[in-house]
Design a protein around this ligand. Structure first.
Ligand SMILES: Cc1cc2nc3c(=O)[nH]c(=O)nc-3n(C[C@H](O)[C@H](O)[C@H](O)COP(=O)(O)OP(=O)(O)OC[C@H]3O[C@@H](n4cnc5c(N)ncnc54)[C@H](O)[C@@H]3O)c2cc1C
Length: 422
């Protein structure tokens, strides 16, 4: 027996599932059309989703036109709802080593072409812009991107959901997709475990959700629920390849990788006037309330769904000390007296070229995806959602976002490689 039937069904309701469902509903409305749309998710609250783990950084300074256009378009939109999403356009201050300085200089002409205000300054100017820095060893130059900054990911996601809901989109919570049935090269039916009862009765629902996201539903004695759908859209973030497998698309491109962030207090340094600051060591940090939020993307991190936080402690062996505290303290003596308050781990959906996928899934007639924007999912969300909705409704992406078509799966390996990636 089929429980529900929808014209469009999204799997995954993080920032991208929320944005894409809103964009589709708006697109239909603008064209005088209507359709039934639903978004299903194991955990709409998203405690372990990438969306609620992220650093809130927003910029458009990429190497590839697709990423620039989508992020730039998104930032224009974020400016229009600035107060609601606490968008603080305070810039990205990037202290570059030799290689990344070469890269940003190479990309500069493209930034000018797109009208992005980016300043390139010599090392000697650093004390003027970042007075708390007292050691410029290893810094080849400073770039300041002005059309960039920080926003509140929770508020943006809730904005998308509200605008989707008022246009009739339904959000189903505590549903874990475990099977997809195909018919004539189309997805016909999605089957899922309905975990409402189990989670409502659980003393530790958060642990159970985490278990499902790492290992899948291992107790298969659960109630099931079925969804017929006209079009399926995969917006399952780092879990996108798991969903792709269910419709027989063997996805070797996307891999989950743990990323960690820490919150620390440091009363001696006031970062109120800055958006994101990036050091040559690739540590990125910004003011968060009265404290400092910092992250580091260690590239020796193995692939896998790992949510364990391991950057604790202040002893010599501590990853916090090695990867965050020591490099920051070397850069600024004022950052010696930090106190680690807490931290968390989330996952990136990584691709080899560090760019995402937007488009129709090859070999299937009614499946689309908007996935794997690595450390860019928040900043790209509005543009990516608009591009996907154009593709679904018009089979063509609007002119302003025309390079988003490069994000199709067919792109040559490495075509959208991004060097300045964190
Ligand atoms: C530490 C960290 C810092 C980051 N910093 C930034 C930043 O500064 N700026 C930026 O733009 N981006 C940043 N990112 C990246 C950004 O957070 C992600 O790209 C973005 O959140 C991805 O959104 P999503 O909607 O695709 O995935 P998610 O938010 O992960 O949503 C996917 C959803 O799919 C659901 N799901 C999975 N499997 C199933 C299933 N079988 N059945 C039902 N539901 C399922 C999950 O429950 C989840 O809610 C950061 C990420 C991390 C981890």
């Amino acid at each position: 027996m089929v429980d529900y039937s929808f014209d469009f069904l999204f799997i995954g309701g993080g920032i991208l599932g929320s944005a894409c469902s809103m964009a589709l509903a708006k697109g239909l409305e603008e064209r005088g059309m209507s359709a039934n749309i639903a978004v299903i998710d194991l955990d709409l609250e998203g405690e372990h989703s990438s969306t609620l783990k992220n650093a809130g950084g927003v910029r458009a300074t990429w190497r590839n036109r697709a990423n620039i256009e989508l992020c730039n378009f998104s930032i224009d939109f974020y400016e229009s709802i600035r107060d609601e999403i606490q968008f603080r356009e305070l810039g990205y201050y990037w202290m570059h080593g030799d290689e990344s300085w070469d890269e940003i200089n190479k990309n500069y002409a493209l930034y000018e072409e797109y009208g992005l205000p980016v300043e390139l300054h010599s090392t000697g100017k650093i004390s003027e812009f970042l007075p708390f820095v007292d050691n410029v060893g290893g810094v080849a130059g400073l770039s300041i991107s002005r059309k960039a900054g920080l926003l509140d990911h929770y508020s943006l996601r809730e904005y998308y959901r509200r605008e989707a809901r008022v246009r009739g989109v339904g959000f189903f919570d505590r549903i874990f997709v475990n099977e997809i049935l195909l018919k004539d090269k189309k997805v016909d039916e999605v089957r899922a475990y309905d975990l409402k009862k189990l989670l409502d009765e659980s003393v530790e629902p958060s642990e159970l959700i985490r278990h499902c996201l790492v290992k899948g539903v291992t107790d298969t004695n659960q109630e099931t629920i079925t969804f017929k759908c006209g079009v399926l859209i995969n917006t399952a973030g780092a879990w996108a390849p798991v969903i792709s497998n269910l419709y027989n698309f063997d996805d070797e491109q996307i891999k989950p990788r743990r990323r960690q962030m820490v919150l620390m207090s440091c009363p001696e340094v006031d970062l109120s006037n800055y958006g994101m600051i990036i050091d040559t060591s690739n540590i990125y940090f910004h003011k968060e309330g009265k404290n400092i939020l910092a992250g580091y993307s260690n590239m020796d991190e193995p692939y896998g769904f790992n949510f364990d936080f391991s950057f604790h402690g202040m002893d010599e062996e501590s990853m916090f000390v090695k990867y965050i505290w020591q490099p920051l303290w070397r850069r600024s003596s004022k950052l010696e007296k930090v106190k680690l308050l807490r931290g968390w781990a989330g996952v990136y959906a990584e691709t080899r070229d560090r760019s995402g996928h937007i488009g129709k899934v090859n070999g299937l007639r009614n499946v689309y995806e908007c996935v794997a924007h690595t450390g860019r999912g928040l900043m790209i969300s509005y543009g990516a959602a608009m591009a996907l909705s154009d593709l679904i409704l018009d089979s063509k992406i609007r002119e302003e976002l025309r390079h988003a078509k490069d994000m199709a799966r067919e792109r040559p390996s490495g075509a959208l490689f991004e060097e300045l990636h964190l």
